[in-house]
Write a protein that binds this ligand. Structure first.
Ligand SMILES: Cc1cc2nc3c(=O)[nH]c(=O)nc-3n(C[C@H](O)[C@H](O)[C@H](O)COP(=O)(O)OP(=O)(O)OC[C@H]3O[C@@H](n4cnc5c(N)ncnc54)[C@H](O)[C@@H]3O)c2cc1C
Length: 355
């Protein structure tokens, strides 16, 4: 076994992520170092105690490939990314996440649900997407739930959802009864108006992006509000499709910050931005969902998170608010720990024990 740099544990543990990305884009040494350092730092107790640190095996090509839908709204997302390059992410963030919401409805809504949402959007209404639950990160801790009786009772207790305190309707991810199966539920404007909402913390991105908490109980909800098309895999397909576009938008934002003298790039950050830009475009161009897609999307987010943190901890971002924004971008849609841990869980049994 040969190591290119002196962090053998980090190098082994970052391999599945880099291997997944290398299926379309090979990472430069700067990015491999960045991820290996992060992996060594994020190694948790059970890993360090139980791991024998055998190298991971390449898991080979996927036998099953499902074509990825390419909804029309992706064109609008691509042109918005161009706009972020000119004006930064802040003024475009609400529209960007609105478009991602449209992708989600397109993937998991019935024709009737799509029409209903289109009507609200045409009337100028905006939505929030609320996943983070006040109860905690694990499914059994979630307080938000839709009951299985008729009519169902809907309980929502969500925190930190973008624009939730100024939205007109919502997509709420809730548990279905006592099961651990999650479902997105469309809360219509007349019901969302009854929710208790409040802003959580100061807004991000020059005041453009507030996060909000949402609390709501509806005794007589409708099972018609649940987005079921595509089954449970549709949320994985959605995240695999959406994350690379988010990364492209964030890279455009970082370049805009640099042009405006709000961050400096060192060799590592410059190489990482270049890689992220290329890898995110290659990932978005992949026309199918397969066994590598989730790892690829999470690996991309992990590299992005570490790039924003690298900029902050190396003193390359002088402004405190910009530093707070970049740290926050390293948490939203999957922190480094979440990305690292999920990729590890999916790959830990594929090892080269002889090596
Ligand atoms: C700007 C911004 C926008 C957001 N927008 C939304 C939104 O629109 N909708 C929404 O639903 N949510 C939103 N969020 C919330 C965001 O998605 C959360 O930060 C997230 O849900 C927490 O997720 P995580 O699992 O990735 O992270 P983490 O907070 O990293 O962790 C999850 C769990 O893992 C544990 N853990 C973390 N690190 C380690 C470690 N090193 N070792 C062992 N255990 C560890 C933690 O204790 C925790 O239990 C937003 C957040 C931000 C900052």
């Amino acid at each position: 076994m040969s190591f290119e740099f002196m962090n053998p544990i980090g190098e082994i543990l970052s391999r599945p992520a880099l291997g997944a990305l290398a299926r379309h884009t090979e990472a430069p040494i700067e990015v491999r170092r960045l991820l290996a350092s992060s992996a060594a730092r994020l190694t948790d107790s059970s890993m360090v105690i139980e791991e024998e640190f055998h190298p991971f095996k390449d898991v080979g090509e996927s036998r099953v490939r499902n074509p990825l839908p390419q909804p029309d709204v992706l064109h609008a997302i691509r042109s918005l990314i161009e706009e972020v390059r000119v004006t930064g992410f802040g003024p475009n963030a609400a529209r960007f996440f609105g478009l991602l919401g449209a992708v989600m409805i397109d993937l998991s809504g019935t024709e009737a649900q799509k029409e209903r949402v289109q009507g609200w959007v045409d009337a100028g209404l905006t939505a929030c997407f609320a996943m983070t639950d006040r109860g905690g990160p694990l499914a059994h801790q979630w307080l938000s739930e839709i009951s299985t009786n008729t009519p169902p009772r809907l309980t929502v207790d969500k925190v930190w959802s973008m624009n939730a305190n100024r939205s007109d309707f919502g997509i709420m991810i809730v548990r279905q009864g006592k099961s651990m199966v999650m479902a997105p539920v469309l809360v219509p404007p007349e019901e969302f108006a009854k929710a208790e909402t409040s802003q959580s913390g100061p807004a991000f991105l020059d005041g453009h992006l507030p996060l909000g908490d949402v609390k709501l109980t509806i005794e007589e909800a409708s099972s018609d509000w649940v987005l079921r098309t595509g089954g449970p895999i549709s949320s994985k397909v959605f995240l695999s499709l959406a994350r690379p576009f988010l990364i492209q938008a964030l890279v455009a934002h970082a370049r805009w910050l640099e042009e405006n003298g709000r961050l400096r790039l060192d060799t590592t950050a410059a190489a990482a931005l270049e890689f992220l830009s290329q890898a995110a475009r290659n990932q978005s161009a992949k026309p199918y969902f397969d066994k590598h897609s989730e790892d690829q999307a999470m690996a991309l987010k992990w590299v992005a998170n570490e790039t924003w943190l690298h900029l902050v901890v190396n003193g390359l971002v002088p402004g405190q608010d910009d530093a707070r924004d970049l740290i926050s971008l390293s948490k939203m849609e999957g922190s480094s720990y979440r990305c690292f841990f999920e990729i590890y869980q999916r790959n830990k049994r594929f090892r080269d024990v002889a090596a």
